[in-house]
Design a protein around this ligand. Structure first.
Ligand code: FAD
Length: 448
């Protein structure tokens, strides 16, 4: 009989997952978006999974894992795309989805347990006339802790920036020291936890900023020329007098992959701009679209916002999802185009790769700077070809954040890896948390 399993059962019989199929399921995330990760991570599986319902059970479980030196991988909803939540060395997966209570809603902030689903959180705060600043397009499933530890930005980022732009105010974190400590993290130190894949600690609570609620209208605008779609999207993204939550551009034929929009996107050869804009600015938006030869093809009025399928269900990495549903051979990249030369960069990519690469851009702010962030679709042929495409993007200055690796830092954004590695040494001296996700390169290898 397995000694650690017996101890887990003694600790919290109801919380331990016994069904091996569920153990297998809770060992995976959405890494299969990448044909490379699909191969690399096949068969990686936890030996144990626990779904604690109280912080006490969570703490006791972690203490036991430290005593027994069992590797621990945290899980929110497992919607990450880079195998962030996959246990590389087996061990224990701790699913935090039942630690999901709102603790306090104040004026301008909410304090919540990490396992809370983001849509549910937004519903609860909307009762106080407030709303979230940013959230991923997976908000229906994703947890707030998983977003902070594994995500970057999403709806709202065109105005409010990414996770590291003031969208996390504080976090309560458990360490994996011999005696587990509870830390309150604020200010700059949060950067050691945001998008760190839970390698530096277990986030149990977060406080995030919220804003007075806005009535959002969703709009689909269609263009015959990609250049015009871009110029329009840029003007909207740059105009601070227009209040918006989302500005996305999808090159033809991406809109044809959006099956639920079949009756709306009827014209062939059209590029789409997908927008969420404050109700009071909607009229101006449509007028500006006309000046760029854009045609409004669908409007979701504010009263129907988030009721049924919405425009944002076709943006961010949901765009890739619809492409994959249409044809499994699509995959994607993440890159930052340059604000000044985005059009010439796109022209170079199209000239070189044609329809092997389809342009998809999300406008966002990163540390205050407006960026056309690419999530281009790529028709996958081979690993070599994919890296040829990545090299070309990098050569023309459209720098790629490689989403085809599970290593922290490569697929993520501008991370302070050295600082994260130092923090890991302090908080996780037995190196149990999310093993093998930190890259062992020179700068940080002394800390690992
Ligand atoms: P998980 O996948 O469960 O975990 C993510 C990482 O955080 C893992 O490394 C895990 O170990 C760690 N972790 C989880 N909980 C904790 C905790 N409490 N403490 C410490 N570490 C923890 N991402 C975006 O940023 N923006 C998007 O718009 C977006 N769109 C997406 C669209 C699709 C269709 C898909 C499949 C993915 C998308 N993603 C996006 C990626 C992902 O959905 C989000 O990052 C999501 O917020 C992750 O939340 P989760 O609860 O599923 O986290």
């Amino acid at each position: 009989v397995d000694h650690f399993f017996t101890k887990l059962i003694e600790l919290a019989p109801e919380a331990v997952v016994k069904d091996t199929e569920i153990v297998a399921k809770l060992s995976k995330d959405y890494y299969w978006y990448s044909p490379i990760l699909e191969k690399d991570l096949a068969g990686k599986q936890a030996e144990y999974v626990i779904v604690p319902e109280t912080e006490k059970i969570l703490k006791d479980t972690l203490q036991l894992a430290v005593e027994e030196k069992i590797p621990v991988t945290l899980r929110g909803a497992g919607t990450g795309n880079y195998g962030q939540a996959v246990p590389m060395t087996g061990g224990l997966v701790v699913d935090l989805s039942k630690l999901n209570k709102v603790i306090e809603i104040g004026d301008g902030f909410v304090k919540v347990q990490a396992g809370m689903r983001i849509r549910e959180l937004e519903k609860q705060i909307s009762n106080t006339g407030q709303e979230l600043t940013i959230y991923p397009s997976t908000f229906v499933k994703a947890t707030i802790g998983g977003f902070i530890a594994g995500g970057s930005g999403g709806i709202g980022s065109v105005t409010w920036g990414n996770l590291w732009d003031g969208n996390v105010l504080s976090a309560k974190v458990l360490t994996m020291e011999e005696d587990i400590q509870e830390l309150i993290i604020e200010g700059e130190e949060l950067m050691d936890y945001i998008h760190s894949y839970g390698t530096t600690g277990i986030i149990t609570e977060v406080t995030i900023p919220i804003k007075p609620v806005t009535s959002w209208v969703q709009e689909l605008i269609s263009f015959t020329h990609l250049q015009e779609a871009f110029q329009f999207s840029k003007q909207i993204a740059q105009d601070n007098s227009l209040k918006k939550r989302l500005v996305s551009v999808c090159e033809d034929p991406i809109p044809s992959f959006f099956r639920p929009l079949k009756k709306i996107v009827t014209n062939k050869d059209q590029h789409l701009v997908l927008i969420e804009i404050a109700e009071q600015d909607h009229g101006r938006l449509v007028e500006i679209a006309h000046t760029h030869n854009g045609i409004s093809i669908h409007t979701v009025e504010a009263e129907f916002y988030r009721k049924g399928i919405g425009i944002s269900d076709f943006t961010w990495n949901h765009t890739t999802l619809w492409a994959l549903k249409a044809d499994k051979s699509w995959t994607y990249l993440q890159n930052f185009f340059s604000l000044e030369s985005v059009l010439s960069q796109i022209a170079q990519i199209k000239e070189r790769f044609g329809d092997e690469v389809l342009i998809h851009v999300e406008w966002l702010r990163d540390r205050g700077k407006l960026i056309p962030a690419g999530l281009p679709l790529v028709k996958y042929q081979s690993k070599e070809r994919l890296y040829e495409i990545i090299d070309f993007f990098n050569e023309i200055g459209a720098s790629v954040n490689d989403p085809h690796t599970y290593l922290l830092g490569a697929g993520g954004w501008n991370l302070q890896l050295e600082s994260i590695a130092k923090k890991k040494k302090e908080n996780d001296p037995f190196k149990l948390l999310n093993q093998e996700k930190l890259p062992a390169y020179d700068l940080i290898k002394d800390y690992l």
